[in-house]
Write a protein that binds this ligand. Sequence first.
Ligand SMILES: Cc1cc2nc3c(=O)[nH]c(=O)nc-3n(C[C@H](O)[C@H](O)[C@H](O)COP(=O)(O)O)c2cc1C
Length: 229
Amino acid sequence: MTDRNDEGGGVAADIGFDALDPALRYKLLVGVVVPRPIAFVTTLGADGQVNAAPFSFFNVFSEEPPLVVLGLQSKPDNSPKDTTANIRRSGEFVVNLVDEDLAEAMNLCAVDFPPEVSELAEAGLTTAPCTDIAVPRIAEAPVSLECRQEMMIAFGPHRDLLIGQVVRLHARAGIIDPVSYRTNMQAYRPVGRLAGSQYSRQSDVFSMVRENLDEWQARQGARPPARSP
Ligand SMILES: Cc1cc2nc3c(=O)[nH]c(=O)nc-3n(C[C@H](O)[C@H](O)[C@H](O)COP(=O)(O)O)c2cc1C
């Protein structure tokens, strides 16, 4: 931390990552890359039990092919999380998205329960079958994406980047318009993850129409274009 920011009275940050402790890198990255969507992932254990855990190192990557990406870390004892082990074995998982009603149950499923305990049962959640994969989805989720593992890339012994292909989407009635395919945010009410224990609602949405060059030029009228500095 170096420069003083005279306008805000605080301290501007200029922080090199090479020599920075990983715990501080984590703190910085999860504090500034916000809000992050939450993938509430269901997988099947070797014994057929459904496992559920939230992941906010998560996003959509592309639509052709339709890919999602997740960052899976090891458990504190350095063994793979149950989600990671289950996807490695079966190659299938469901990304259940999280709305305001599901948030508390999602948080409960992040508790490191012993393998014989069903997180979903503890959280009072139920499952519904998927169509293309054997893993069930969370019935109470507003939206669920059936996914097949595309690849899992290890970054060192304790971090895996999972790339999954979306094969089917389920959404509760009222969320996706069947004609326009638009999402109704008031019906969806997704939550985002901020730093630490903070979460956000998307209840202050605003719109900005993206102009093409002709529209932008027409709006400029006779004004000369600004020059690059
Ligand atoms: C909102 C939220 C987001 C999380 N994001 C991640 C993540 O991106 N990567 C990760 O490895 N763990 C993440 N966790 C922790 C896992 O959910 C937690 O370790 C869970 O117990 C793993 O369960 P499993 O062993 O059944 O897979 C997150 C927890 C919460 C509450």
